[in-house]
Design a binder for this molecule. Structure first.
Ligand code: HEC
Ligand SMILES: [Cu+2]
Length: 358
């Protein structure tokens, strides 16, 4: 009987296609990710764990390669054997005899029990060692301690030793007195579960309400690294970015000195300042040195020292500030700041005031 061979049956006969695609995926994906270009100083253009710029991130990548290597080897051997068997033992044309049925083989069964057990044991030991190295229950010698508080949908950074609070941008020094500085973060949440993750600097760590987690970072290169809340925490989860800036020593000291000062008090923007202070803004926001002392929302004392607003939803430009103060829901729908229903002149005045908060 003559049968038409359709494209589908032809494809179905290409049994090598699935394993080949899998192998290609397995080999090419990490290859492509590992060669991510570096933008500016140490920072890659998008968050990646494959370009570590911090000690714990390096340890994490090392163990990832080891696990990847072992699993890759197993994958290649197993897939190789399967493909080889498919071709070697395929049914010959017009052969309808049943293949020999074999039951049990002690040596083979022993091998496939003992070898995987050993592999799992090795992976377990290496993983445990790395976890102990990375997880620090108390601050390492000479660390800079910073408290990170997750809010829906922005990050608060408290510098208790230095005595100020900022938002969305984590600034740390590369060195102190010429030596690298461990950064010891205390992670807390104000509402729901978030997760702090700047992949080039360290592992992903959950930020849990009524619970304190710690995270150790130790940058090895200056740069501006991007991170992201990594635990779905509500509508604006995707716009809850972290900008982590690793400064050279003197630059960091200058940044700290600026952040410690009270807000600029410029009388030329008195109209905006007075309006700000008469509006509910002050119940949510702090501007140090003024009556504004709310802690519900980002500290605005040095708003203009930040490059973004709304946890990275837009850059910090006068135009974006105008839109934000007019109605933040336009830029970040669902965010916890309502439109204050100011008229156009009011918005302009307040923004003029905000622009002086260097
Ligand atoms: C009900 C509390 C509340 C009030 C009132 C409020 N805000 Fe906000 N504001 C927030 C919250 C919450 C955020 C952070 C939103 C986010 O990123 O998800 C914010 C963010 C901001 C930001 C961006 C800060 C940054 O670093 O990202 C500015 C600027 C700002 N508010 C100005 C104002 C002004 C001006 C007023 C008064 C006209 C005001 N806010 C009133 C809660 C409030
Ligand atoms: Cu979140």
């Amino acid at each position: 009987m003559h049968r038409r061979i359709t494209a589908a049956t032809r494809l179905a006969r290409m049994r090598w296609i699935a394993p080949a695609l899998l192998i290609a995926l397995f080999v090419l994906t990490p290859g492509a990710m590992a060669t991510a270009p570096i933008c500016e100083n140490g920072a890659a253009p998008s968050p990646t764990m494959f370009v570590p710029m911090s000690k714990p991130a390096e340890l994490i990548l090392e163990i990832s390669w080891l696990v990847w290597g072992i699993c890759g080897l197993i994958f290649v051997i197993m897939e190789g054997l399967i493909i080889w068997c498919i071709f070697k033992y395929r049914r010959a044309k017009d052969d309808h005899t049943e293949a020999p049925q074999i039951y049990g083989s002690n040596p083979i069964e022993l091998a496939w029990t003992v070898v995987p057990t050993l592999i799992v044991f090795v992976l377990f030991l290496v993983t445990a060692r790395t976890i102990f190295e990375i997880e620090k229950t108390s601050p390492p010698e000479g660390s800079l301690e910073i408290t990170v508080i997750g809010h829906q949908w922005w990050w608060e950074f408290d510098y208790p030793e230095q005595g100020f609070v900022t938002a969305n941008e984590l600034h740390v020094p590369l060195t102190r007195n010429g030596k690298s500085v461990p950064i010891y973060l205390t992670l807390e949440s104000n509402d729901v579960i978030h997760s702090f993750w700047v992949p080039q600097l360290g592992g992903k760590t959950d930020v849990v309400p009524n619970h304190i987690n710690h995270l150790w970072l130790e940058p090895t290169m200056t740069g501006t690294y991007v991170g992201q809340c990594a635990e779905y925490c509500g509508t604006q989860h995707a716009n809850m970015l972290i900008t982590a800036v690793v400064h050279p020593e003197e630059e960091f000291d200058a940044w700290v000195a600026l952040q410690k000062t009270e807000a600029v008090n410029d009388d030329s923007v008195a109209t905006g300042r007075d309006l700000f202070q008469k509006t509910a803004c002050i119940n949510c926001h702090t501007i140090r040195g003024t009556v504004a002392n709310g802690t519900f929302a980002p500290d605005l004392t040095h708003l203009m020292s930040r490059s973004v607003i709304g946890a990275g939803v837009v850059s910090n430009t006068p135009d974006n500030l105008m839109t934000w103060v007019y109605d933040p829901q336009i830029l970040k729908p669902g965010c916890r700041m309502p439109s204050m229903k100011l008229d156009e002149q009011g918005v302009k005045d307040i923004v003029q005031y905000l622009l002086t908060l260097k």
